[in-house]
Every structure is written in structure tokens, then in C-alpha cells.
Design a protein around this ligand. Structure first.
Ligand SMILES: *Cc1c(COP(=O)(O)O)cnc(C)c1O
Length: 464
């Protein structure tokens, strides 16, 4: 791999390893039984039966020595913990938002902001849905409508900013429903469901101009803002020499508030927050957090967890860290592309997304190609991946039919700082082994389906 400055010198992780966790290897017969017991759903596997775990980058990152040291400074006071003030200061200085409400993770912040801002019959436009975000918008009485650019739905398009908002689509919604029915525009940075694709600052600025005309706020899902900032630095004109920290601040300055799952970019195993600039919304959020999470100075987190998060926020926007983090994901993506495996391009920030529809073209979408592929890769090597296709897309609220998303993807998500390049080589070899026998692979049938977020707990069996 060429390093980020373009030279052919080898590249290495910008850290050395101080603590190790042994990995368990298993044989094919063992994995076959484990998979049956898990109903062919990788979410239902026991982690102890997994070799390299690429299910998610959520809460799976390795903390630094500085973060572990901060854990020891935990102030576990019920009220007014010192760590809350450290966290508040870290958020204000790294992101620029004024008011902070800690939550146990991202979806709790989504719940609170949705309850405060959305009323029955509202429309929430956004740059592609995220599962928990959309669910909380719907539970609050709203309807999410996708206004992402068309390129985002095309796995072959190499458009560099597939997270961009199509401003004509948004204008169309404003004309059709009226600005009063749009409580905010929901903008994710490094759009998860599109394959970790960034929004550009130019697009965000135009969006800001358009929404300001109608007095519509922007709420930012900033779960992967650092990865988005990295893509702006390397892809957007005028930012090559800008600091990641400045790009992050600029992104946040174009929005009115944010929900954060700190389990991703911010390098902690648990945590999140809601941050807003509007004082009235803050007061309401501070009130609701007491009902659903805990007092407003801990909101579901232990003091030590807030301390680790305060440090993690700083580390997440470090130049060497973010270059290596995204660089490792690119490395895996390049290995797969070299083997001819169909992946979403450009390679995203937090994972490599395989186009399961093209990997297994003989399967119908309701035979769950991506779910099938996740099962097959686990069987091959014990590597765990995740479905992002028809199972994740759920059912239409009104008709009860499956939603048929245009993207039927298998996600190999890379935890931050947890695995090495050698692990990436092993993963690529396993996907390649499954690819070579793809024609012999049959689909799945769903035999149990939970009502909400079915991908977490649905069960399957072979044969459709
Ligand atoms: C993970 C995630 C969330 C939800 O956060 P949790 O911490 O899992 O509750 C929201 N938005 C995006 C984009 C995410 O990736």
C-alpha cells in the first residue's frame, strides 16, 4: 500500500501495543453449530465464538493508556461530577456546541431530541436514514424522508461526496409540506447506511443557506464526524492543509445541535451525548434526561466513562490517528477490490461494504443475500460481519411489506486501533474464499421476526 503522502514506503499503525487479548480460533464444524444456534444471524453469535470481529465499530475500539489513566480519575458523585465538566469542556472546544447533555449512548440522545422537536405529522428530511435515528423520529410521530443525492444509492458511483444532500429534493419537500411541518433537517456526517460516505463542506454550506431562509434548524448526527473531516481534507478543494480539528469545528458550526454515539469516533466503549446551541431546547433536554437516563451531569454514564470520553474526543481528531484509522479501512478495501470482489466505492470511513446483490446475483432480495453472505464468511473463517440490506431496512409501517432498499450490503466494520494490517489480510483471504464458491451458496428464510429493529434478533434457516 502506498502511504498517505504517496510514497511507496511501508506504513504502520501509529501506536505500539501495551495490552493484548488472545483470540480464539475454531474449526468449521464448531462454527457450523454456532451459526445454527444463532439462527444464521451474526448478531446472535457469542463473541467468544468469533475470531476477528468486524460486526461493528461501535464500542469496540481500543482505548489508549491516557484514556485508561483517566478512568482512574472517575468522580462518581451523583451530582456535579468533575468529569461532567471535563466532558462539557472537551465538547465545547472540539465541536463548538454550547450546551451538553450526556446520555448512555447515541440512541438516547436521538430519543430526547426527537421528543422535543418532532410533533405528530412532521416530516424529517435527512441524508439517508439510520436505523435508530429514524425509529425515534417515527416514535415521536414524524416521518423520515430521504433527500440524499442519487449517487448514494448507486454502489458503483465513485462520486466523492455521496453523503451530500440533494437540495432540489429538499426544496421539493419544503414546497410540498411547508416549512412549519419540518422541525429540522437530519444530517449525518460519514453516512453509515450509504457505506460511510462523507458530506462536503460546500454542500453543508448550501444546505445551511437554504434552511436558514425557512428558519429550519439542522440536527447533526456527529457519530463519525472525524472520519468525515478526514475525507474533506483529502478530497475537497481548499482543505488539504487544513487541520482535522478545524474542519470538525467548521462542520459543527453549520448545524444547530448534534446527537453523538461516542462509541464510534470518540474511542470509548460506552457513552454519548446531545449537544445544542438553543437554550430552551437544552432546558427541555436537561429535564427529559432525568426521566430516561439519569441526572443531567451523568445521563447514564459513570464518571469514569465521561473522563475517558473527554480524552477520547481529543484523540479522535488527532491527524496521525485519523489518517491511520481511515487508511486501514482503505487497505482492506483495496485488497478486496484487487480480488475482484464487488465493493461500494469509494471505500468508506469505518468499514468496507460489499455489494451482496452482485456477490450473490442468483439470490432474490427476499432470500437475504447480505445476511447469507455474513453467515458464509463466519462459516469460512470465524470472521464476523453485519448485514445492511433488506433485513436492516425493516417493513413499511403502513403496508407491512418488506422495504426493498436499493443497497443490499454486507458490512465489514473495522474497530479503531484494535486490529492490525495482518488481520486485514486474513479477512480479505476469507472473503475471497467465499467469493470463489459463491455459485454454490443458497439463500435464507426468516423464521422469527421481532417488531422493532429486526436485524438485531431475527432468526433464519437455510433454503428459501
Ligand atoms: C451507532 C449509531 C447511532 C446510534 O448510537 P448508539 O450509541 O448505538 O445508540 C446513531 N447514528 C449513527 C450514524 C450510528 O452509527
Amino acid at each position: 500500500m502506498t502511504n498517505q503522502s504517496g510514497s511507496k514506503r511501508p506504513w504502520a499503525e501509529p501506536f505500539r501495543i501495551k495490552v493484548v487479548e488472545p483470540l480464539k480460533t475454531t474449526n468449521a464444524a464448531y462454527r457450523s453449530q454456532a451459526l445454527e444456534e444463532a439462527g444464521f444471524n451474526t448478531f446472535l453469535l457469542r463473541s467468544g465464538d468469533v475470531y476477528i470481529d468486524l460486526l461493528t465499530d461501535s464500542g469496540t475500539s481500543a482505548m489508549s493508556d491516557q484514556q485508561w489513566a483517566a478512568m482512574m480519575t472517575g468522580d462518581e458523585a451523583y451530582a456535579g461530577s468533575e468529569n461532567f465538566y471535563q466532558l462539557e469542556e472537551a465538547i465545547r472546544s472540539a465541536y463548538g456546541y454550547r450546551y451538553v447533555v450526556p446520555t448512555h449512548q447515541g440512541r438516547a440522545a436521538e430519543h430526547i431530541i426527537s421528543r422535543i422537536m418532532i410533533k405528530e405529522g412532521d416530516i424529517i428530511p435527512g441524508n439517508m436514514y439510520f436505523t435508530t435515528t429514524r425509529l425515534h423520529q417515527e416514535l415521536a410521530g414524524g416521518q423520515f424522508i430521504d433527500v440524499i443525492v442519487d449517487e448514494a444509492h448507486d454502489p458503483d458511483s465513485e462520486f466523492p461526496f455521496k453523503g451530500n444532500v440533494d437540495l432540489d429534493k429538499l426544496q421539493g419537500l419544503i414546497d410540498r409540506y411547508g416549512a412549519e411541518r419540518i422541525p429540522y433537517v437530519s444530517i449525518a456526517t460519514s453516512v453509515n447506511m450509504a457505506g460511510g460516505q462523507p458530506i462536503s463542506l460546500a454542500n453543508l454550506r448550501e444546505l445551511r443557506e437554504l434552511t436558514a431562509k425557512y428558519g429550519i434548524p439542522i440536527i447533526h448526527d456527529m457519530t463519525r464526524v472525524a472520519e468525515n473531516a478526514y475525507f474533506i481534507k483529502v478530497r475537497e478543494e481548499g482543505y488539504r492543509d487544513a487541520a482535522i480539528s478545524d474542519i470538525v469545528l467548521e462542520i459543527c458550526s453549520l448545524t444547530d445541535g448534534a446527537t453523538m454515539s461516542a462509541k464510534k469516533d470518540a474511542l470509548v466503549n460506552i457513552g454519548g451525548f446531545l449537544a445544542v446551541n438553543n437554550e430552551e431546547i437544552f432546558e427541555e433536554a436537561r429535564n427529559l434526561v432525568v426521566v430516561y437516563e439519569g441526572l443531567h451531569t451523568y445521563g447514564g454514564m459513570a464518571g469514569r466513562d465521561m473522563a475517558a470520553l473527554a480524552v477520547g474526543i481529543g484523540e479522535s481528531i488527532d491527524e496521525d490517528h485519523i489518517r491511520a484509522r481511515v487508511g486501514q479501512v482503505q487497505y482492506l478495501g483495496e485488497q478486496l477490490m484487487k480480488a475482484g470482489i464487488p465493493v461500494v466505492q469509494p471505500i468508506g470511513g469505518h468499514g468496507v461494504f460489499i455489494d451482496a446483490a452482485r456477490f450473490l446475483p442468483h439470490l432474490q432480495q427476499d432470500e437475504f443475500p447480505a445476511q447469507t453472505l455474513a453467515a458464509e464468511i463466519y462459516l469460512d473463517s470465524g470472521v464476523r460481519a453485519m448485514e445492511r440490506g433488506i433485513v436492516s431496512a425493516g417493513r413499511n409501517k403502513k403496508t407491512g411489506a418488506h422495504n426493498y432498499p436499493r443497497l443490499e450490503l454486507l458490512r465489514l466494520t473495522i474497530p479503531r486501533r484494535a486490529y492490525t494490517q495482518a488481520h486485514m489480510d486474513v479477512v480479505a483471504a476469507s472473503v475471497n474464499a467465499v467469493f470463489r464458491k459463491r455459485e454454490s451458496i443458497g439463500g435464507l428464510r426468516m423464521i422469527f421476526e421481532p417488531r422493532y429493529l429486526r436485524f438485531f434478533q431475527a432468526r433464519f434457516e437455510r433454503g428459501s
